[in-house]
Design a protein around this ligand. Structure first.
Ligand code: CA
Length: 237
């Protein structure tokens, strides 16, 4: 199935180059010049990913992203003109999945589009932003609350002090209780550049997450190790 990439960019020459590169890679680019057009397109089209220019004529890309995030669970790659904007993007306060800085090659962008789409497979972002628990139907053995907007997890009502990677790993497990993840899958879900880290680091992080959960309930061990396979979050029996 052809995936639609929404391209929100007011500079025609840039938009043309990106659109061309995306279509040669088998994507269906849809170009919008303004935030207004982007809103309309999102309301009527099934969009796989958004490439969003920060400087738009009728809105700031950050604000538009925040607005989009409230209604759509779609990955966003920011296009920024100034490196001074990168800090905000990288701070991930807006929840960017990646970014490129102008000038960039269309090829670089399409590579990032493909990488983000690979990472954001269906089901891995199923939890709504804001305070939320796991999906209905499958319940983890311990009562977790996942607040993706604030990157916080509470267990039995108590907030966990987690590092960035611990948060991402535990969040991935909480989104799919019972599902067994391989270390490779967990790396894909939690690391920006999975290749640069060793899968053994997953074990180290799981160990510290377990210690933190034991501090809440010494008898509980909700994370299960599957020999030769990976990890899962124990379901409520
Ligand atoms: Ca612009």
């Amino acid at each position: 199935m052809t995936q639609t990439i929404l391209l929100v960019e007011d500079e025609p020459s840039i938009a043309e180059n990106i659109s061309y590169a995306l279509s040669t890679e088998g994507f269906a680019p849809r170009w919008c010049r303004t935030a207004g057009e982007a809103r309309e397109a999102l309301a009527s089209t099934d969009v796989a990913l958004i490439v969003l220019d920060v400087g738009l004529p009728d809105a700031n890309g950050f604000e538009l992203a925040r607005e989009i995030r409230q209604a759509h669970d779609v990955p966003i790659i920011f296009v920024t003109a100034r490196s001074s904007e990168i800090d905000r993007v990288v701070g991930l306060e807006i929840g960017a999945d990646d970014y490129v800085v102008k000038p960039f090659s269309p090829r670089e962008l399409t590579a990032r589009v493909k990488a983000v789409l690979r990472r954001v497979k269906p089901g891995t972002r199923a939890v709504e932003p804001g305070p939320a628990g796991p999906r209905p139907g499958r319940q983890p053995a311990m009562p977790f609350t996942l607040d993706e907007a604030r990157c916080r997890i509470t267990c039995a009502g108590r907030p966990l002090e987690l590092t960035r990677y611990e948060y991402r790993l535990l969040a991935a497990l909480i989104r799919s209780p019972g599902q067994v993840f391989s270390r490779g899958q967990l790396m894909e879900l939690a690391w920006e550049e999975p290749d640069v880290s060793l899968e053994r680091t997953i074990d180290t992080h799981m160990k510290t997450i377990r210690q933190k959960l034991r501090a809440i309930d010494p008898g509980a061990d909700p994370i299960q190790t599957h020999r030769g396979m990976g990890y899962s979050l124990k379901e409520k029996s």
